[in-house]
Design a protein around this ligand. Structure first.
Ligand SMILES: NC(=O)c1ccc[n+]([C@@H]2O[C@H](COP(=O)([O-])OP(=O)(O)OC[C@H]3O[C@@H](n4cnc5c(N)ncnc54)[C@H](OP(=O)(O)O)[C@@H]3O)[C@@H](O)[C@H]2O)c1
Length: 224
């Protein structure tokens, strides 16, 4: 956090760094208060914080499900609600919710993550319509697998057997570029990476084929 703050403070724009746990209402308010004090209004809110759990649902726990939902769904939901008055005073105000390929297609091993991102996608679509009356855009960016520095550290559980093709994963910079492009072009939904685009396209036309493919893989990985 400190290292990022220092790096950003060397950038030409005005940067402030505020440490916050997005699942804590007081922290979210403190974040927005800081921005209000500094800028008065908001042009862009990017909900990016996220956690995941990798492994099968039957051997997971209620605690993990709730933690994933807290960070990936309730936090961005309440962030949008609280930031709305400041966004309404901004220039071409936009919200970008970083969801996932898992928010449009359920994937075995990622059940909690999928549930939270589907919820975020549904909420984003609904709010796009509602916030139209305030001229606040709501966009979604859906990456496939990303080579994140801390991916392993933020997995609440890492017990899945499905091999993750990290050599084909996207560098995080591509997700950052996709977010910027989505804002510049006011693109409602951006799928980032060949893997995400391919799977979502095939799934749109042949969901049962994708179901069968995934089920076959799971049966092979979990023979009894
Ligand atoms: N990695 C992938 O393959 C992938 C694929 C699709 C979508 N995504 C989505 O992309 C977004 C970024 O993920 P990433 O890949 O960059 O993962 P990451 O490297 O694990 O980073 C997650 C970020 O979220 C922050 N965070 C987690 N819980 C938080 C909390 N309670 N309060 C405040 N910040 C919190 C972390 O902050 P600290 O470091 O301070 O804990 C970290 O900066 C997430 O929404 C994720 O679901 C990732």
């Amino acid at each position: 956090m400190q290292a990022i703050a220092e790096r950003l403070s060397r950038a030409p724009s005005q940067v402030i760094a505020v440490a916050a746990d997005v699942t804590v209402a007081g922290d979210r308010e403190r974040l927005l208060d800081e921005a209000r004090r500094r800028w008065g209004s908001l042009d862009l809110l990017v909900n990016n914080a996220g956690v995941a759990s990798f492994g099968h649902f039957d051997s997971s726990s209620e605690d993990i499900l709730r933690r994933v939902m807290e960070v990936n769904f309730f936090a961005p939901a309440e962030m949008m609600r609280s930031a709305l008055p400041m966004l309404m005073k901004g220039r071409q105000p936009t919200i970008v919710n970083v969801a996932s390929l898992c928010g449009r297609r359920g994937l075995p091993g990622w059940s909690e993550h999928c549930a939270s991102k589907f919820a975020l996608v549904g909420l984003s679509e609904a709010l796009r319509g509602e916030f139209a009356r305030f001229d606040v855009n709501v966009l979604m960016v859906l990456p496939g697998l990303v080579k994140s520095e801390d991916l392993g550290r933020h997995l609440l559980r890492n017990e899945g057997r499905m091999p993750q093709l990290f050599e084909k994963a996207q560098p995080p910079e591509e997700i950052a570029d996709a977010i910027i492009q989505a804002v510049e072009r006011n693109r409602r939904e951006t799928h980032v990476g060949r893997q995400a685009r391919w799977l979502l396209r095939v799934n749109r036309w042949a969901p049962r084929f994708v179901d069968r493919l995934l089920a076959r893989k799971v049966r092979k990985l979990y023979p009894e």
